[in-house]
Each structure stands twice: as structure tokens, then as C-alpha cells.
Design a protein. Structure first.
Lengths: 432, 243, 237
């Protein structure tokens, strides 16, 4: 918990000014002419060079491509090029009915698939006015918090590799394998879970699953403590991460950062607290807030978020109610197999829901949850048909990575990899 | 089950996106006495005629349609006015309903101070897809506007670096998320593959980078050069661009 | 799908890569079986043995499959057991390309370039449904199977494949190496024509044609045919 405060609203120590209403006063960004940003001097011109990193590079966490203009080892200008994984999710979504989109969602963020499944289903349910059952709500909270740990573990391992600590990768993957097993026991898949349906889940939790989860919750803190021992006070780690990749609170808000990247800069914004969904306001958990906005603070925030997720899981398991996991709404939910096989109405109902798809009324909804990367927004627009007019995803990584040039211009080349790793990006959701 | 019914079911699978009416479908009539939203009232007071209709969807989401000519002014005011302070641009995107209906550009705003949401929509007729950029209001809009340009072809005037972001810079098939764009693109698969494989180094760099490389007298970092595999060609032209 | 069609022109590399010297599969009973040419056979066995047990993979990971590839290399599945603990992130020191994940057209030239940078002899694994066939991403931006771009030796199915699946695919590559004859066929002929697909345009169109019923298809099954969207004028000069 070193360096992590829990109750800060805004960090004022680093030059940010508080306005009369408690908000930050920010000067308007002065427009800069593109040409003026690069001054070509005939004398030093020859010393600059362009360096291309990616799109196939082990340290870009996927297929990100950066073109850096260097003066010696100092980054003068950084231009990310994305789109090397553009899979046309949003176009495909317009050709699929509402339930068929769910398998696409977990291929977007394959590091935390269940959060994506849940967020999409929640957006469509909100648009349709379907209220899921209490059991479904608690189960989704459990799954989302489990995948927050799942995603942060991968971030920890790969960032460790990028900064030269390979051990962490093996430690975290050992724990990830246990979550893989939990995924598999519930959904049958290790990564591409596709667990939610509009109005419920694909199935109830299998017997014994909660016990397996609690075993993980009980033993996982030990590994976390080991990683903490290895990294938090490690002088190499501190040297590579502290005061690197700084971004102030005001800039972080203006750049639209979210998640741990924003909170590390001292902005107290967490969708779970600010616009609570699924009764998050009744769970007891803290939101870690950083002070400096550097890589080290992001690391501390994510470590603490994992501990807080464990707390939430414990509370959720305690309050897990019985009853049906699917809402009793014939618009969205299939009849039971027995009913479909035995009476004509149920069979026609089954046929219509499967073949024509769920029909959503005219309307739209922009709904966001706190994913492991930041604020994940799902925007669904319906014109009354069984397929969306528009399905839009506000990928948190997409907006977080846009701030990368701002953070690394003026820094050293070796910091580029560290800063890029610290943003916790996943290219599937950046490129969509 | 009759044969006809079965076929109808199969046809439903093949029908693609639902047929859209000639106008953007509007949600069912609002209940009388829409719950007031402080921002909407303030907007109406200040920008009287520039504010269009106010709709509420999905229970608690307020949408305000604003005039395209004054959108930048309105959005800037929403960010700066002490009673509004929408300092966090959550999302910027567009919707194409197809059938010649006006394209809608959507701004989803959040105030970290007042903890409020509002959604601003600007309607653009398909023959005039131009809108003022909010790049200098929220820097978050930088890539979001580029994405809308890439996918819908909306030109944001005042954006300093408006170019394609997800598709290749030399993409020639159009704007993929428009409704008139076919799912598999306009070219045949063989043609798409051929074009992809014949991309040159220049196609991977932005015009600005090409200019920097030219002025620095540097050969471009090697992505897909001409010549044989593996061996960099010794006689590359001095400005680094091989024709 | 017509993949085995002899009219599959424009793919001269593929014939050369398919176990030259063994058109009928003879002599594949094992490397130590008594084949003509005692010395070369022994040499083959030694070379193959060393090659197959020290493969250096080049992980070309893009999406979900890359995460499973990482899991394969990590603690539990431990790819190092098969002599592959050195993941080679430079294509110039690698001899097996693992293409894990979907490949958009924007990435196609990069993939081809990396394949060309790898020295002979080299092998390619197409990991996962998207790399092998485009998978669910039958849309405007996606390559419908990387075999239209580079020659592929082993396809690993799955979305994504489990680590066991990838390991099995790698074992199949080792099996293929064990059966090859390096003394006779030191460098596999490979005519990848600059800027052109590995297959003829007709074949690319054929294997990339829509199938299944997941999206709005113009050839959904044998049952019905809907108004097919034919776009004859799409081809640009």
C-alpha cells in the first residue's frame, strides 16, 4: 500500500489548480501548428532518425506500431500506427442478431472476456428494459471481478518481461492457469467464454464451482504477496518506473484516460463508484488512487485493485442468492428443452427466438462498466429489428493509448517500452 | 411445422440488417413531463434556437440534438461553464441509419465534478459530412474523430492530423461502417489480397513521416522494401524512397 | 473446396514443399529404415534429429491465440520440453513461424515480409480458426486464411486452440522434419512472387467465398439461395 492514498479527490501537489467549485481549472490547450511542432534545422537535421517499432514486436503487447523520431536517445516525436488488427467487429455486429454478437465481444478483449460479455449484455438489457434476476447480478459481479484479476495478472507478467523480470511472468501465469480452469469449468472455453445471454447467463454455475473459486481467493494473496516482495521495493523496478511516463490529473482527464491509468494520476473516477451498476454501492471496497501519475503508481493501483477484487468476490459469494439465473421473460429467454419438445407453443417460441433472434424495441443505450483497462462503454442502437443498427464499443485501451505520445515525448527510448506496457493495452479492442 | 414457416425462418437469417425506414426511427412517444435535466434547460436558455429536440432513452439517458453550425461553441461551453463542467469526453462516434437518413455524430459527455451524463447529437446530411473538430476542447477526441473519419467519412475541420487510423492509408474501397458498404468490402477477395501484398513502404507511413524522412535524408525504416528478401538494397535513393 | 484441385495454379511453392522424393509416401517407415544410400541416410537422420529437437519458433502473435501461445510457453505447459524454449523474436534466427491470431489485410504484407526474412529451411504453423480460414471474421478487413499469403505446413484448429493443440501441431512439424530428406532437398523451392498471393486469383476467391450461416451470406447452405450480391465490376484495373 505504499504511496497509495484512498480518499484523494484531486491531487493538487503537482501544480493543478482547484477552482471555486472544487474542479480543476485548466487552461485551454493552445492550438499548435503541425508544421511548427517539428523544426527542421539544417545543422541538427542529420542527427535525427526515424525508428520503427512493430507491428510485430514482442514488447508492443500485440501489433501496435510506433514510429519514433529520435535525437540521440531522446524521443522527439512518437506516432502510433494502429489498425494492424482491425477485424471489423462493429460491421459484423450489424449483420448478427443481438445474442450472436456475444461471441464477438470476448474476442475483443481476450484478456478479460467475461467483462466484455457482461458489459454487452447489460447494455442491451438496459435498452430493452429487461431487469435480470438477483442471482444473475451477483454471478456477473463475481465473474467480472475474477476477470479483473485475470487481466491484471497478464499485465503484471508482460510488464515484468518488458522491464526484465521474467520470473513474474511465470508466477502470474501459474495463477492465470487456475482462472483458466475456472473459466473452463463454467463455460467450457479457456479464453473465449461467451458466457452471457440477453436476460441471463448461458447456464447456472456448475456444482463445486464456488468452492473452486474460494480456494483461489484463499490462496491467491500468497502469490500476490510474493510478487509484491519481488517488485515493490526492488530498486531496478523503482528505477525503471518511478517518475517515468508522468501525466497530470488535468491532462489525464482531458485525454480521456480511464481505469488505473487515470486513477494513478490522482483522479477519483471509477464507474463502479460513480455510476454504480449491479449494486456495487452496497459492496465494501476501496478505489486506490495514485499521487504521481507515473508507471509505479499505475503498478500500485493495479496491485491494490486485485486485492479489492478479492474482497468484492468474497462479499458476493456470501450474498449469492438462490433462484433462477435467467429472467422470466419470453421475449429473450428460450423455453426449457422439455417444454419445447412437448408442447407446440413452446416449440414455436423456441423456433422464433432462435431463428429470428431477440427483438429489441426502437431505442439506444450507452452503457459503461469499469473494465480492467478502464471505462468500457457499449453503445447499442436498435431500429426495432433483431439486429442492431449500430453496435459501438468505447474501448478503454483505444483512448488510453492515444495519450502515449504525450507521455513519452522527451523521454528516453528505453522508457517507451515501459510506458507502453504500463498503459495495459489490448490490441483487439484498440483496433476492433 | 410447415415448409413455408421453416423457409420464412431461414429467410430471417439471411435478411441482413433490418430494413430501416426513410427516417431515423425515433423512440416511442415520451411520457408527459420528461424528467428535467439541468443541462438541457441551461442549453435552451443560452442557445435558444440552436437546440433541437430532447429525448430520453433507456430509462435515464438524455439526448439533446444541437445545430451543426454551433456545435463547437455549444460543446466548448458545456466543458467550461461552471454549472456544467463536462470535462470528460467518454465517447465520440457516429451512426448511419442507411436509406439516405442523415448521419448522426454522437458525443457522450460526463462531468467528473457534477457526476452527470449528457449525450449530444449532431445530424449531418449525407451530402455535407463536415463538422467542426473538438480536438482543442478534449484531446480525447483526437483518435475518436480520426476513427469516425475513417469509418464514416465525416470530415472534421480544424483537426490537425485527420487521416485514416484503422484502415491502410491507401484504402480505396470507401468508408466501411456506412450502410451502403458491403460486409466483405467492394473488391473481390483476390483483389483485396493482391492490393494488400503490393503495399509499399510509403503506404505504411503517414505523409508527415514521409516528409520528415525526406528532410532528414533518411531511408525509411524497413517494412516492405522493394528488392529481394533479406538483403537491403545498397543503391537506395538518397531520400530513402525507392520508386 | 477445390483445394486439392490440380488446377490450383500460381502456387508453385507448394508442390516443392510437400515431401519431395516421396510422392507415394514410400520410405516413410522411419528414418533408420534401410533406404538406398547408406551414408546419406545416416546423415539425414542426424540432421533431422538435430533440426527437429531445436526448433526456434518465431511467434507471430496477433490476437487471442497469442495469449494461448504465451500460456503454452509459460509455467504449466512449458514448451521448453520440446526444445523450443528459445522463442526467436527475430525472423532471421527462426525456423518455424507460428501465426497465432487473425491477420487483417493491413498486416498481410508484414506477414509475407517476415516469412521471407526467415532462412531456409522453415516451416509455418497456422494457429487457430482465424489464421487458417478467417474464422468468424468474414468481413472486409480480414485475410481469409494465411495460406493465401504464405505456404502453411500445419493448421491447428480451435478458437483459440488449447495449448495441447498447439503442442500437437508442433509435434506434427517435428514429424514432418523427421521424414524429410535434407541431403536431397536442402532448400525447398519457393516461388513467392512479389506482391502476389500464393494461390491463383480464382482459388483465392473460391476459398474465401462465404460459407456457413453466421452472417448475411449469399451462399448460406444447400437449402436456399437468396438474392446473391454479385459484384462483377468490383475488380479494379
Amino acid at each position: 500500500m505504499q504511496g497509495v492514498k484512498k480518499t484523494v479527490v484531486y491531487n493538487v501537489s503537482r501544480g493543478a489548480e482547484l477552482g471555486a467549485d472544487g474542479g480543476l481549472v485548466r487552461a485551454p490547450i493552445v492550438p499548435v501548428e503541425t508544421e511548427a511542432a517539428v523544426e527542421f534545422d539544417a545543422d541538427i537535421g542529420g542527427e535525427h532518425m526515424l525508428i520503427n517499432i512493430g507491428p510485430q514486436h514482442p514488447a508492443t503487447h500485440g501489433v501496435l506500431r510506433l514510429v519514433l523520431e529520435l535525437d540521440g536517445e531522446t524521443v522527439i516525436k512518437c506516432t502510433p500506427h494502429i489498425g494492424y488488427l482491425h477485424s471489423s467487429f462493429e460491421k459484423l455486429g450489424e449483420y448478427r442478431d443481438w445474442n450472436q454478437i456475444i461471441p464477438l465481444t470476448d474476442r475483443m478483449d481476450y484478456l478479460a472476456p467475461l467483462i466484455y460479455n457482461c458489459a454487452y449484455a447489460m447494455a442491451v438489457e438496459k435498452m430493452m428494459g429487461v431487469e435480470v434476476t438477483e442471482r444473475c447480478k451477483v454471478v456477473r459481479v463475481i465473474l467480472m471481478e475474477m476477470d479483473r484479476i485475470f487481466s491484471h495478472l497478464l499485465w503484471l507478467g508482460t510488464t515484468g518481461i518488458d522491464l526484465g523480470a521474467f520470473t513474474i511472468f511465470l508466477y502470474t501465469f501459474q495463477e492465470r492457469e487456475r482462472i483458466y480452469n475456472l473459466h473452463e469449468a463454467y463455460t467450457g472455453a479457456r479464453i473465449t467464454t461467451s458466457a452471457t445471454r440477453i436476460g441471463g447467463m448461458m447456464a447456472d454455475l456448475p456444482p463445486g464451482w464456488i468452492e473452486g473459486l474460494m480456494e483461489f481467493v484463499r490462496t491467491f494473496p500468497r502469490t500476490l504477496a510474493e510478487v509484491d516482495t519481488l517488485l515493490t521495493n526492488n530498486s531496478i523496478w523503482i528505477g525503471r518506473t518511478q517518475d517515468v511516463g508522468l501525466i497530470s490529473a488535468e491532462d489525464a482527464v482531458n485525454f480521456g484516460l480511464s481505469g488505473a491509468n487515470l486513477r494513478a494520476s490522482g483522479v477519483d473516477y471509477d464507474v463502479r463508484k460513480d455510476r454504480p451498476y449491479y449494486d456495487y454501492q452496497t459492496y465494501e471496497f476501496d478505489v486506490p488512487i495514485g499521487e504521481q501519475g507515473d508507471i509505479y503508481d499505475r503498478y500500485l493501483c493495479r496491485m491494490e485493485e486485485m486485492r479489492q477484487s478479492l474482497r468484492i468476490i468474497e462479499q458476493a459469494v456470501d450474498r449469492l442468492p438462490g433462484g433462477s439465473i435467467n429472467v422470466d421473460d419470453p421475449r429473450v429467454i428460450l423455453p426449457t428443452k422439455t417444454a419445447a419438445m412437448n408442447d407446440m407453443e413452446s416449440m414455436i417460441h423456441h423456433f422464433k427466438v432462435v431463428m429470428e433472434g431477440v427483438r429489441a424495441p426502437v431505442g439506444e443505450s450507452w452503457f459503461s462498466v469499469e473494465s480492467s483497462k478502464g471505462e468500457l462503454g457499449m453503445y447499442v442502437v436498435s431500429d426495432g429489428g433483431s439486429k442492431p443498427v449500430r453496435w459501438r464499443v468505447r474501448g478503454p485501451s483505444f483512448i488510453n493509448i492515444a495519450a502515449l505520445p504525450y507521455m513519452i515525448e522527451g523521454a528516453l527510448l528505453s522508457d517507451v517500452i515501459a510506458v507502453n506496457a504500463s498503459l495495459d493495452i489490448v490490441l483487439g479492442e484498440i483496433d476492433r | 411445422m410447415s415448409e413455408g414457416e421453416f423457409r420464412k425462418g431461414l429467410d430471417a437469417l439471411d435478411s441482413g440488417p433490418a430494413e430501416s425506414p426513410k427516417e431515423a426511427p425515433s423512440p416511442p412517444p415520451q411520457p408527459e413531463g420528461l424528467p428535467p435535466h439541468p443541462t438541457v434547460e441551461a442549453l435552451r436558455e443560452r442557445f435558444v434556437e440552436a437546440i433541437g429536440r430532447h429525448v430520453m432513452v433507456a430509462g435515464d439517458e438524455h439526448i439533446v440534438y444541437v445545430d451543426r453550425d454551433r456545435s463547437l461553441e455549444i460543446l466548448q461551453w458545456l466543458r467550461d461553464d461552471p454549472a456544467q463542467r463536462y470535462d470528460f469526453l467518454q465517447d465520440l462516434t457516429a451512426i448511419d441509419y442507411g436509406n439516405g437518413v442523415s448521419l448522426q455524430v454522437v458525443y457522450q459527455l460526463w462531468s467528473t465534478i457534477h457526476k452527470r451524463n449528457v449525450r449530444i447529437k449532431v445530424e449531418l446530411p449525407l451530402d455535407a459530412l463536415e463538422l467542426e473538430s473538438v480536438y482543442y476542447v478534449w484531446r480525447a477526441s483526437d483518435w475518436l474523430e480520426r476513427e469516425v473519419y475513417d469509418m464514416f467519412g465525416v470530415v472534421f475541420t480544424g483537426h490537425p492530423d485527420l487521416r485514416r487510423i484503422l484502415m491502410p492509408y491507401n484504402y480505396a474501397e470507401g468508408y466501411p461502417l456506412r450502410k451502403d458498404f458491403p460486409l466483405r468490402g467492394r473488391f473481390s477477395r483476390a483483389e483485396q489480397t493482391r492490393r494488400a501484398l503490393s503495399m509499399k513502404t510509403e503506404d505504411h507511413y503517414s505523409p508527415r513521416e514521409l516528409e520528415i524522412a525526406a528532410r532528414l535524408g533518411q531511408r525509411l525504416p524497413d517494412v516492405m522494401p522493394e528488392g529481394g528478401p533479406g538483403i537491403p538494397s545498397p543503391e537506395s535513393s538518397p531520400d530513402g524512397r525507392e520508386d | 473446396m477445390g483445394l486439392n484441385d490440380p488446377s490450383r495454379g500460381g502456387a508453385p511453392g507448394t508442390e516443392a514443399r510437400s515431401l519431395p522424393g516421396h510422392p507415394d509416401g514410400s520410405g516413410q517407415g522411419g528414418v533408420f529404415s534401410g533406404a538406398p544410400g547408406f551414408l546419406t541416410t545416416r546423415l539425414d537422420a542426424v540432421v533431422n534429429w538435430s533440426r527437429e529437437n531445436s526448433l526456434w519458433p518465431m511467434p507471430f502473435g496477433t490476437a487471442c491465440c497469442a495469449i494461448e501461445m504465451m500460456a503454452t510457453a509459460a509455467s504449466r505447459y512449458d514448451l521448453a520440453r520440446f526444445g523450443m524454449e528459445r522463442m526467436s523474436f527475430s525472423p532471421r534466427q527462426a525456423d518455424m513461424l507460428i501465426c497465432a491470431g487473425r491477420v487483417p489485410y493491413k498486416m498481410a504484407s508484414v506477414l509475407r515480409r517476415i516469412w521471407e526474412q526467415m532462412p531456409q529451411p522453415k516451416w509455418a504453423i497456422s494457429m487457430g480458426a482465424c489464421a487458417s480460414s478467417g474464422g468468424v471474421f468474414d468481413a472486409y478487413s480480414m485475410v481469409q486464411g494465411i495460406d493465401t499469403i504464405i505456404p502453411v505446413d500445419v493448421y491447428v484448429p480451435g478458437c483459440p486452440p488449447r495449448p495441447e493443440g498447439l503442442i500437437y501441431g508442433i509435434l506434427m512439424i517435428q514429424e514432418k522434419i523427421r521424414r524429410s530428406k535434407p541431403t536431397e532437398d536442402w532448400i525447398a523451392e519457393e516461388d513467392l512472387i512479389e506482391g502476389l498471393p500464393t494461390l491463383s486469383p480464382e482459388t483465392v476467391d473460391l476459398i474465401a467465398a462465404p460459407f456457413g450461416n453466421s452472417t448475411n451470406q449469399n451462399r448460406s447452405s444447400g437449402l436456399i439461395s437468396t438474392g446473391a450480391v454479385v459484384r462483377p465490376n468490383d475488380r479494379q484495373p
